[in-house]
Design a protein around this ligand. Structure first.
Ligand code: ADP
Length: 181
């Protein structure tokens, strides 16, 4: 079973992903974590990605799809995609990669959190790209480039919207219901 967790930056995708992979024994694939690992390792890709990430913009679809393809091909477990896809081009690329393996996305979990709560959470988290200006840009990028994926996957009847506020356990039990159905 392959699952996508979709939500604005700061909506709690990473926190819920940790719970989901434990309970459903999926492999966690976070493109944000992969990019941060490249930055830490000081690779050429990491150096280029950092400039883009610090501005709150998106790393190019080609780079992202290349990284993801490598990961998909190296596992036969179900995958939880976190922070990916983020553009229609990435979603189409993912559909193509999976269909080459006679596979497809089973569920898309949309985590819904209001913008005030998101900004509050991100400022509290304090990651390097969590300053007010970058946050504002990331929310705008989300609205413009990533929110259209809801319609893309709704057309495939795969979206379940889950309220992303409350305790970690409350939110997880909402997600668990969807994935167990
Ligand atoms: P958040 O959910 O808070 O945005 P992520 O770790 O998912 O955190 O992403 C951090 C940054 O990494 C993004 O703002 C973007 O610059 C880059 N990034 C992560 N995933 C992708 C992706 N699939 N496509 C393009 N850029 C990405």
């Amino acid at each position: 079973m392959h699952v996508i967790i979709l939500g604005a930056p700061g909506s709690g995708k990473g926190t819920q992903s940790a719970e989901i992979i434990k309970h459903f024994s999926l492999k966690h694939l976070s493109t944000g974590d992969m990019l941060r690992a490249e930055i830490t390792a000081g690779t050429e890709l990491g150096i280029a990605a950092k400039t883009v990430m610090d501005k709150g913009e998106l790393v190019s679809d080609d780079i992202i799809l290349g990284m993801v393809a490598e990961q998909i091909k190296s596992t036969d477990k179900g995958i939880l995609f976190d922070g990916f896809p983020r553009t229609i081009a990435q979603a189409e690329g993912l559909d193509e990669l999976l269909s080459e393996m006679d596979s497809e996305i089973a569920h898309v979990i949309e985590l819904e959190v209001n913008n005030d709560e998101i900004i509050e959470r991100m400022l509290a988290r304090g990651r390097e790209d969590d300053n007010e200006e970058t946050i504002r840009n990331r929310l705008e990028v989300f609205e413009n480039q990533t929110a259209p994926l809801i319609e893309y996957y709704s057309n495939q009847s795969k979206v379940s919207t889950v309220l992303g506020s409350g305790s970690v356990d409350d939110i997880f039990s909402r997600i668990e219901k969807v994935l167990s159905a």
